[in-house]
Design a protein around this ligand. Sequence first.
Ligand SMILES: [Zn+2]
Length: 471
Amino acid sequence: MIVKNDPLVSLRRSVYFDHDNRSQFARTDSRSVERLLSYTVRRAYEHTRFYRKSLRKHGLTPSKIDSLSLSDLPSLPITQKRELRENISDFLADDIHVITCGYTSGTTGARTPVYISAEEMEARILLRQISFKHSQPSNEVGIRFFGLQHGPELGNYWTFTIPVYFDPNVKPTVDSVINELGRSHLLGGHVRYPSSLAISSRPLRYLTGQMLERSIAPSSTSIRRVLNYGFYCSKAFRDFCLIQWKADVFDSYGLYEVYAAAVECELHGPKHFSSVAIPEVLDPATKTPIENGEGILTWTPLYPFQAAVPILRYWTNDLVRIETGSCRCGYVGPSIESILGRADYSFDFSAQIRDPTVPRVIGICDIIDEIEATTPLVSSRTETQPRGYGDLAPRFTVMRPDVTESEPVTIIISLEKFFDKTGSEMKNVGAKITNDLESKYERLSKKLGNPIYFDVKIVDRMTIQDPIMKA
Ligand SMILES: [Zn+2]
């Protein structure tokens, strides 16, 4: 399939001139995704040094690229984070206008620059306009943090969105956010108050602490929906939002390097993929695509929504459990049933145990669930001192022994908010998390015929050298 016209040009045309919006961007059928894929790969080949070399090595010529179909995706090379980090200038396309640069949080080593071009910024804004037209009308007022560079699109409902800048180190931004929460808006002839917050879990904890300190109950605002992005959304975090804000949480998966998202179903089902990027879940060992079960998520973000740095089949190193089928909401296709966490910090037994009813992967997210269920998510003492968001949650690290040697999986946690507790209280917290994890994986231990031991220690935060801040 030969794509001659720049998809950005057709996107502009469809927004400004096609009032029915019957453009390829309003549909999510495989043919339109295929057209964008072919254009994306062709552009990567023609405009980046990295992919010209790598695609040639894989025997992909321009004519083969032009006739790519979705089923050919596994024949394209996988791109590793390390390759991107070490060769960023070779990934940068030579036909775009870079307007800004951000950095990944550096959770897996050095930080990677993320270049954003005028082209992709425009495409993301235009796509918003299309999805705005196609979504269900309502008068919901949302407050969204950050901008178009990071995070997924919001859910598929109509929201009048106020972008807000928020930084714990810049005190006036905290006051401004609290003011915005109570500001009235005239929408459709009615006075409305903000009812949904798009924010990641750590800034929300900080904001909650700040409000409590000012004697403002978060639940006294009109916020009833929290769209979580950026950090893992634990069960305790959902309860926290329900208690403190009386708000329902919708979780999403996204990352900075690729413009892609999977957003929790409106009916609280699994996370459905957005159509701006093609997801694949690959078997960790064979790297072949799977439709059900645990595997590594990879993304191919599509042009024009990602333009400055084309990336093909980006290996996120995040373990997810995927399911394919139809959802109660009408969505058909693959969805993320659960996020298990970074593969480097997880233990995958799916090769040894075939029974899918047994939890076969000890994911870092399961560990976070247990830590957050046992430790308070907000305490005024910790949250009043402005710092980076990273300090608002437990810092921890996991020592990875070879589990077959019956060594305990050692988890070292530091919690500054525990420094006013006694030594025995801290010990009890460690013991509770250890017990909970061991009982969670009892069935797995039995199947393996080898007990899995955990050892949770609570230490001073300065003694953790390589904390896991994000999962
Ligand atoms: Zn659904």
